[in-house]
Design a binder for this molecule. Structure first.
Ligand code: NAP
Length: 245
C-alpha cells in the first residue's frame, strides 16, 4: 500500500502516533519517527528494525520552526525523499474559559497548530520538487463540535482543519494531497488523563458503544497515505464510532 514510501510521523513515541508509524511500516514504508523526547522514538525504531523496517528517530519539538527544518533535513539525509507527513503531535491543557491562562492557550496552539504549519512548510518544499506528497493532519472531533473546558484545544483543531483545506488547495497542482483525520474518543494516555466522570459522559455519546483504538485511526491514515486515495484532498475523515455526524 505504501511500499518504499518514506513517512515522517510526529509524536511517534506513543499513542496514536506510534500506531500510525507501525501501520505505515507494516504497509512497507520507511519511517522517520519524530518526537519531543527521543527515548520513545528510539525504542520504536529499534522495534521496527527487528521486523526489517528501516527507520530513524529524530528529536523534534514541532512548535519550533528550526526543529521542523532539522527534522526534514534528517529525513532527507537518511532517505533522500519524503513522501508522507503525518502531523500527529498534540497536547492538551484543559480548563474552563474564564480560568484558562494565556500560557495554556499559547502552548496548545503552538504545538497543535503552529507545529503542523512549520512541519508542513518544511516538508512541502521537498514534496513540491518531487511532485508527490501525502500530508495527513490529526485533528479531532472536538475541532468539529466544540467541547466545554477545551477552548484552546478545540480552537487548535478547528484551525488545523482550516490549514488542511488551505494547503490542499495550494498544493494540489503539485500532486500533493492534504487531508485531516478527526478522531473521536480514542483510548490513549491523553484520554486516560480525563476525569472518570468526563470519560463516562463522552463514552455514553458513542453510537458504537466503545472507545476507538489507536489502530482505528492508523487504518484511516494508512489509506490516506496510500496511492488508493490519490483523488481525495482537503477532506476531514471522521473516525469516531458515529459520535458526531
Ligand atoms: P498522546 O498519547 O498524549 O501522545 C502524544 C505524543 O505527541 C507523545 O508522544 C508526545 O511526546 C508527543 N508530543 C507532545 N508535544 C510534542 C511536541 N511539541 N513536539 C513533538 N512531539 C510532541 O496523544 P494521542 O492520544 O496519541 O494523540 C495523538 C494526536 O491525536 C494528537 O494530535 C491528539 O490531539 C489527537 N487526538 C487524540 C484523541 C484521543 O482521544 N486520544 C482524539 C482526537 C484527537 P511525549 O511522549 O514526550 O509527551
Amino acid at each position: 500500500m505504501v511500499k518504499d514510501r518514506v513517512a515522517v510521523v510526529t509524536g511517534a513515541s506513543r499513542g496514536i502516533g506510534r500506531s500510525i508509524a507501525l501501520a505505515l511500516a507494516a504497509g512497507g514504508a520507511r519511517i522517520v519517527a519524530a518526537d519531543i523526547s527521543l527515548e520513545g522514538c528510539q525504542a520504536l525504531v529499534d522495534e521496527l528494525a527487528k521486523t526489517g523496517t528501516e527507520a530513524v528517530a529524530v528529536q523534534c519539538n514541532v512548535a519550533v520552526a528550526e526543529d521542523a527544518e532539522r527534522l526534514v533535513n534528517a529525513a532527507m539525509e537518511k532517505f533522500g525523499k519524503i513522501d508522507i507527513l503525518v502531523n500527529n503531535a498534540g497536547i492538551t491543557r484543559d480548563g474552563l474559559l474564564v480560568r484558562m491562562k494565556d500560557d495554556e492557550w499559547d502552548a496548545v496552539l503552538s504545538v497543535n497548530l503552529k507545529g503542523a504549519f512549520v512541519c508542513t512548510r518544511a516538508a512541502s518544499k521537498v514534496m513540491t520538487k518531487q511532485r508527490y506528497g501525502r500530508i495527513i493532519n490529526i485533528a479531532s472531533i472536538v475541532g468539529q463540535m466544540g467541547n466545554a473546558g477545551q477552548a484552546n484545544y478545540c480552537a487548535s483543531k478547528a484551525g488545523l482543519i482550516g490549514l488542511t483545506k488551505s494547503n490542499a488547495r495550494e498544493l494540489a497542482k503539485r500532486n500533493i494531497t492534504v487531508n485531516a483525520v478527526a478522531p473521536g474518543f480514542i483510548a490513549t494516555d491523553m484520554t486516560e488523563a480525563l476525569p472518570e466522570k468526563v470519560r463516562q459522559e463522552l463514552a455514553a455519546q458513542i453510537p458504537m458503544e466503545r472507545l476507538g483504538s489507536a489502530d482505528d485511526i492508523a487504518n484511516a491514515v494508512l489509506f490516506l497515505a496510500s496511492d488508493n486515495s490519490a483523488y481525495i484532498t482537503g477532506q476531514v475523515v471522521a473516525v469516531n464510532g458515529g459520535m458526531y455526524m
